[in-house]
Write a protein that binds this ligand. Sequence first.
Ligand code: FAD
Ligand code: SF4
Length: 481
Amino acid sequence: MSRKQAFQFLDLPRTMPQRIPVELRTSGDWGELYGKFGKEDAQYQAGRCLDCGNPYCSWKCPVHNAIPQWLQLVQENRIHEAATLCHSTNPLPEVCGRVCPQDRLCEGSCTLEEFGAVTIGAVEKYIVDTALATGWRPDLAAVENTGKRVAVIGAGPAGLACADRLAHAGVQAVVYDRYEQIGGLLQFGIPSFKLDKSVISRRRNVLEGMGVQFRLGVEIGRDITLDTLLADYDAVFVGTGAYRYTDGGLPGQDLKNVLPALPFLVQNSRIVGGSDAHGRPIAGWEDTLALPNLEGKRVVVLGGGDTGMDCVRSAVRLGAARVTCAYRRDEASMPGSAREVANAREEGVRFLFNRQPLSIEAGADDEAIGVTVVETHLGEPDAQGRRNAVPIEGSESLLEADVVIIAFGFSPTAPEWLTAQGVEAASNGRILAGGNGRLPFQTAHPKLFAGGDAVRGADLVVTAVAEGRDAAASIVALVSA
Ligand code: FAD
Ligand code: SF4
């Protein structure tokens, strides 16, 4: 099928690639949940695009992908051209195709909504996986070396996107990360059932092929000073992410078998991925490397965001006997992707909505035995327009648990080695960049740029990619002035 049939969406339903059967997922399969489209499926799904002329999908996509155009190229089987177009806006398209909450972004604004949105994310993944497997690589033949060098701190999506764009501009990017592998939360946060780790090592090969250099296992401020980087490089990009755990102040949160979400997911990713289990721990959580065995245990996860969903679904794969997610608002108010909630439910996770945790209870040896929760109803909207959860007096009950995982979210902290250089930070720890007559993403120190979660607060892969990409444009403007 090389040409789209008019109104193809009426005859062909929206489909996603096949998923791993639920029996395998619940018996410990960590493989990527969604498989891949074959050529025909991708062409059919791409052909469902109406070409409506008003591509809300592109506008809602934080990197403004040229979606209708690459869908057309897929129908014509011009996959290498589609890959080139994908990369023109997005340095990590195969990652975003897998992990973006498409239901809130591109697909959520597809004109076809009531007929089922075009499966944009899965087609994006198909394009780039197919192109890379058939030898496509970014073409840097026309790029002239500027002789400029830029240090990138943090090999998360913000840092990788920045390095990619610097390479495209003939600037040598050297990426430093305290961890032993690249990817940041792509590698050590997002579980492999959402993003197979081979995708990240493949991207590392692509970036190294473009001349990007990595210095891994190196922590800035500890192993190398920022002064050294400022002296050795023409500019520095800071993409250090958001790792400060939101402290709910719950009585009992320090009991044994109570785990903060991120160290749990990071350490689990290291074990599942066969990475060095004794790798560098999360700053501030050095004592949490020994994970409790969840097999046969009752696990309660507090929090209803995407991180909470990753925790419940990891607990299922680790053999927990029963996994419960307690969330203080109703289902419609959940902040994460509805698709992830549906997947968790299918894997047997029990959801208790309108339950606010009050305290974690202790048994013998200071081990958690459960969470006291109170039922809630939704009251007035808060400052962000979200309705507050109001406790219902007298509705307290105990949710029994052997292990409690707290997933209340994260925020950044501007490190002292950065603020000592005059870089400003907001009271919530976000690094302040741009504005005040500066270049976009430039901090108060002219040679220092910042982007991603460290600047926005905990957000999404695609927004970190957008900021790393755009910060690189500012850096190129500075170093080539
Ligand atoms: P990070 O990915 O955090 O990378 C920062 C890097 O900086 C890290 O590698 C860190 O080691 C390094 N670093 C920090 N300090 C130093 C230092 N001093 N020296 C050297 N290196 C340093 N988003 C989605 O879009 N979809 C999802 O499904 C999704 N799932 C998520 C699941 C979890 C559990 C979490 C926690 C987040 C999830 N997110 C998801 C959010 C997304 O992962 C982040 O928004 C994104 O990774 C931010 O990118 P970043 O580059 O700013 O930071
Ligand atoms: Fe959709 Fe994300 Fe791809 Fe943009 S980058 S088209 S939001 S999947």
